[in-house]
Ligand binder design. Structure first.
Ligand code: GLA
Length: 717
């Protein structure tokens, strides 16, 4: 008996020695760890994803887990990450570990590259992981290459594959439509597949956003529980596959949507997938969001470390109906409000087919003589005289069939040559896979900037998805179009950024139809939605804030939902990047005075709102009220926003507990953004409280009034 036991122990010991001798790859941030091990079969397995482990000796005990990057054609029965058809039509790939390298491109960032190779075909797959230590974000992408004689066909080519093995999984996705973006829905995943994807091409996330939250073991919560939050940096068709297998294990596959996108990869070329970014929080969604916000401002977003301009946009104030005089009048409104910039929207261009409505003119980027006889130059000049900046709307990837561009270059337009054209908002998409079209699109920005160097901002719109998909340029490689379009767009944006590095730009796609972290390398901000009803916006901002910092989310005060007060509308917009899209004549004197004061307050609070830590305190999804606060990094200052939506009669209201303060510091609480002539009714207003009190007892900030709002400053003394 003793002998058997001894033999068993010896065997276990041998296994451990063997296991530890096999290569182990650890991708670590300060709090999160992803571990891969090479098994006896020479293949790579993900054996851990979770809280960082600190004892190397434990690694030997980790279960083998799922294969890191599962390939089609071998022994797996579920969705693969990679599917290649080789020159001999063999559709299988089997990847074995070759080596891995580690380097530190900058302080706080570690990059790991794992090289895998097929032993039957000269195919190499490199899995890249970039770990942002402090922010707890891991960026992953994959490079695929081969040395077969002829091109291979890539059928599936994920950016990332992650495995989880928990009791239950709850997925939150963010879907909707034009004017109802990012509606959060949470569901439990059980056996089978849930796919979140888009086939819209350009206006890629009109119906669903490229990010998700995956809570482990129970439903997601704001401040507790384990949650993995992921997002793809790709301004086109994306796909997330969540598949629970027969053993209850979940795989998450993220990347470009391979739908109608087989890619023919030439020998020695490298197919680089887009980046997938994820964080893993052990304290709920709030922390996961803050991880993303911190990382985005520091590493990803264009000018993430700089402030943002407030603005007045003319779109809802005039639509297409304006002339020089009207615009200059609106600039005076901008000055009265005290904002930094005037933004001229759609409708300023086209002569043969003037852009008097959305039926014509797109593509002809010269000023309409009747409306602007003295060109954009007169407007930049007027803005300068008034001490504000000037910004301009463009939609450079699009064309109306009623335009000179279409008449000249039908071959530049994505359309099926033998079928009736289909128009979305009366327009079509230019073929950015074609380098000549790329030159043309870059030339729109470059031409305007060369002629009018005082243009200080662009709003870059994109209203049509890709339909009738066919490229005259790509000829036999039609299935490359969805991908090459996006790559062409990035080439253009790269040129714009290189030549005009200081030029801020807003990304827009008929509202929030484009918002992803690759685009945000080139854009300082995005337009969240054409829906500016403040009640709706509270949900939309809540949705986008799950992965994006307030700094990149444009929020404007308009006349939508005019049954809500101007104060309510402004207070909602002040939680993000504040702007106005309204005429002063739409407001009474008090309201204008209120807005002026609000802009001043915003300028003083902007550092906290745009660069501080965000705490979502009360969700609009949970009832009739919502509240969010921002805390400066040094915890000396905070601002709390509280909104009553549609409270019930005699509803029981709880105080709101603040977060992120220092328990032992004293803070003065002061309601700001008050309408002229009104006084705060906040209990404890202007009083001094400890952080401990504010975080454990809280403030009674909600009221029984419909669409009522409060902005409260919390300042340490
Ligand atoms: C889109 C945008 C709007 C506005 C119009 C102009 O719908 O989302 O903000 O710019 O185009 O046509």
């Amino acid at each position: 008996m003793k002998k058997v036991l001894l033999l068993q122990c010896l065997f276990c010991l041998l296994c451990i020695v063997k296991a530890t001798a096999d290569p182990v790859v650890k991708i670590q941030t300060n709090a999160v760890e992803l571990i891969y091990k090479v098994a006896d079969d020479g293949r790579l397995y993900q054996c851990y994803l979770g809280k960082r482990l600190h004892h190397d000796s434990d690694i030997a005990y980790l279960p083998q887990g799922g294969e890191a990057y599962i390939t089609h054609g071998m022994e797996d029965y579920f969705e693969p990450a990679l599917h290649i058809v080789h020159n001999d039509k063999n559709p299988s790939t089997l990847l074995r570990y070759v080596n891995h390298t580690e380097n530190a491109p900058e302080a706080g960032v570690k990059e790991t590259v794992i090289t895998l190779r097929d032993d039957q075909y000269p195919v190499t797959v490199k899995l890249h992981y970039v770990a942002y230590e402090q922010e707890n974000i891991i960026k992953t992408f994959t490079e695929i290459s081969h040395q077969e004689k002829k091109p291979v066909s890539l059928e599936k080519y994920a950016s990332s594959m992650l495995h989880l093995n928990r009791s239950r999984y709850f997925l939150t996705e963010f879907s909707g439509d034009w004017a109802s973006e990012v509606r959060a829905t949470e569901r439990e995943l059980d056996f089978g597949k849930k796919v979140v994807d888009t086939k819209l091409g350009t206006r890629g996330n009109m119906f669903c956003s490229p990010f998700f939250q995956l809570a482990m073991d129970g439903k997601s919560r704001e401040n507790e529980g384990e949650v993995l939050v992921g997002t793809l940096g790709w301004t086109g068709n994306f796909r997330f596959v969540f598949e629970v297998d027969n053993a209850g294990c979940l795989r998450v596959i993220s990347g470009i949507n391979p739908y109608a996108s087989q890619y023919s990869l030439k020998p020695y070329d490298i197919f680089r997938t887009p980046d997938f970014y994820f964080t893993y929080s052990f304290d709920g969604k709030g922390e996961a969001s803050r991880n993303f916000h911190n990382w985005a401002r520091k590493y990803q977003v264009k000018d993430g470390d700089r402030s943002r301009m407030t603005l007045l946009n003319n779109w809802e104030a005039t639509y297409f109906d304006f002339d020089e005089e009207k615009l200059i009048g609106l600039m005076d409104d901008a000055v009265t409000l005290g904002v930094d910039m005037f933004l001229l929207d759609d409708g300023w261009f086209g002569n043969k087919h003037p852009r008097s409505s959305d039926h014509q003119g797109l593509g002809d980027w010269t000023e309409t003589q009747d409306k602007l006889p003295n060109g954009i130059g007169r407007l930049t000049h007027a803005a300068k005289e008034k001490g504000i900046k000037f910004g301009l709307w463009i939609e450079p990837e699009m064309v109306n069939p009623k335009s000179e561009l279409y008449e000249r270059h039908k071959d530049w337009v994505i359309h099926l040559p033998n079928r009736k054209e289909y128009y979305f908002r009366n327009q079509m998409v230019l073929d950015l896979s074609n380098p000549k079209v790329q030159d043309y699109v870059f030339g729109i920005v470059d031409g305007l900037m060369t002629k009018y160097p005082d243009i200080a901002f662009f709003k870059w719109d994109c209203n049509s998805p890709i339909t009738n998909i066919y490229s005259a340029y790509l000829k036999e490689n039609q299935t490359h179009l969805y991908i090459d379009y996006v790559r062409g767009l990035y080439k253009v944006l790269e040129r714009v950024k290189a030549k005009y590095p200081k030029l801020p730009m807003m990304l827009c796609a008929g509202g929030g139809g484009r918002s992803d972290y690759e685009a945000l390398k080139y854009f300082t901000e995005f337009w969240c939605s054409d829906n500016t009803d403040p009640v709706e916006r509270l949900y939309i901002q809540w949705g986008f804030s799950q992965v994006f910092p307030s700094k990149v989310m444009c929020a404007h005060v308009t006349t939508w939902n005019s049954s809500s007060s101007v104060k309510f509308r402004t207070d909602v917009a002040m939680m993000c990047k504040l702007g106005f899209d309204i005429k002063l004549t739409d407001m009474n004197r008090d309201e204008v005075a209120y807005c002026r004061e609000a802009v001043k307050n915003y300028n003083s609070l902007k550092g906290v709102v745009l660069d501080g830590d965000q705490y979502r305190l009360v969700s609009p999804y949970d009832g009739n009220h919502t509240s969010t606060m921002y805390v400066a990094k040094d915890k000396a200052r905070a601002v709390l926003f509280a909104f009553d939506l549609f409270p019930r009669y005699a509803e029981k209201m709880q105080p709101v507990r603040l977060q992120g303060l220092e328990a032992d510091r004293m803070y003065r609480v002061k309601e700001t953004n008050l309408m002229p002539g009104t006084r705060s009714s906040l209990r404890g207003n202007e009083q001094l409280f400890s952080g401990e009190y504010l975080m454990n007892v809280g403030l009674q900030v909600f009221t029984g009034r419909k669409m009522n709002s409060r902005v409260i400053e919390v300042v340490a003394e």
